[in-house]
Ligand binder design. Structure first.
Ligand SMILES: [Zn+2]
Length: 289
């Protein structure tokens, strides 16, 4: 049994990204880039730079889009629920431990349960409170979540408001959970929005809860997402806040501040509106058309 577990862990950790170098800021195009921290994981270096013009912090060199897609499809949740994912304490202002942060090894079953419980407690309320400040949540509402994970938020919104819910999720493991509860899975990657924008189906809200900063071309993704919205539709984004949670990890090619995320919204032709607590370790912003 022990040996099987060790083999499984080895398999989960046997992955390497392909990297590419960015010679200009992917948001504003400036080539004044200042080295700004690094982390190491699985014999790989993840270096960060800050743009001297717009303040965007981003990984550079950065894994390619294809590498990230493979990783999220096959390994991200598998590692997380087995408690062998990347973890580095000390990147958070006024660090607080949550009951889910314990170090005990998780079994796949327990780990999945823990992730689902954590998402239900940490994400559902802020998302539904924020959305209801902008749109009516009822049976006529169409909500898409990009990077839906195990589909917890969508399932809760469907139960509470009877809204119609749709998911985009790369992980094969998480996709199974989404399909099991009957949520419509309409894509695998955020990049699928590029095709979905040509469809008749439009959304009142598109949620990126800890997923936009994991994509390689976030500005392009938001431009496409905007074209997937109904007339008064909104985009909800939550990610770690550079000023209170400088979360350098292999999953995040970007660490946004209110300024850089706001700039991204404006470059996509949208209006950024801050939501949530200012001092929170998470940055929550709604993009309006
Ligand atoms: Zn810049």
């Amino acid at each position: 049994m022990k040996k099987n577990r060790a083999n499984k862990e080895k398999e989960l950790l046997n992955f390497s990204f392909d990297f590419e170098l960015l010679e200009a800021c992917p948001l504003c195009g400036s080539d004044v880039l200042i080295p700004n921290g690094k982390v190491e994981w699985l014999d790989m270096d993840f270096w960060y730079a800050v743009c001297g013009k717009c303040g965007l912090k981003f990984m550079n060199p950065r894994p390619t889009q294809k590498s990230y897609q493979d990783f999220y499809k096959n390994l991200f949740w598998e590692q997380k629920v087995a408690n062998v994912g990347f973890h580095m304490p000390g990147q958070m202002w006024n660090t607080k431990r949550y009951k889910w942060d314990n170090e005990k090894a998780w079994s796949k079953k327990e780990g999945t349960k823990t992730v689902i419980e954590k998402h239900r407690e940490m994400r559902v309320k802020i998302i539904s409170d924020t959305l209801s400040g902008f749109i009516t949540l009822d049976a006529r509402t169409d909500i898409l979540e990009v990077g839906a994970g195990f589909g917890v938020t969508l399932e809760e919104l469907r139960k509470k408001y009877k809204s119609k819910v749709y998911a985009i999720e790369p992980s094969l493991e998480a996709q199974r959970a989404i399909k099991k509860v009957g949520t419509a899975l309409i894509g695998s990657y955020a990049e699928d929005l590029g095709g979905l924008r040509n469809k008749k189906q439009k959304f009142d809200a598109i949620i990126f809860s800890h997923s936009l900063e994991n994509t390689v071309y976030p500005l392009q993704i938001i431009k496409w997402a905007k074209q997937c919205l109904k007339k008064n539709g909104i985009i909800y984004v939550q990610c770690s806040n550079l000023l209170t949670f400088d979360q350098m990890n292999p999953y995040h090619p970007y660490i946004f501040s209110a300024h850089s995320l706001g700039l991204l919204a404006k470059k996509a032709g949208m209006k950024p509106l801050r939501a949530g607590e200012r001092l929170h370790r998470m940055l929550t912003v709604v993009f309006k058309k």
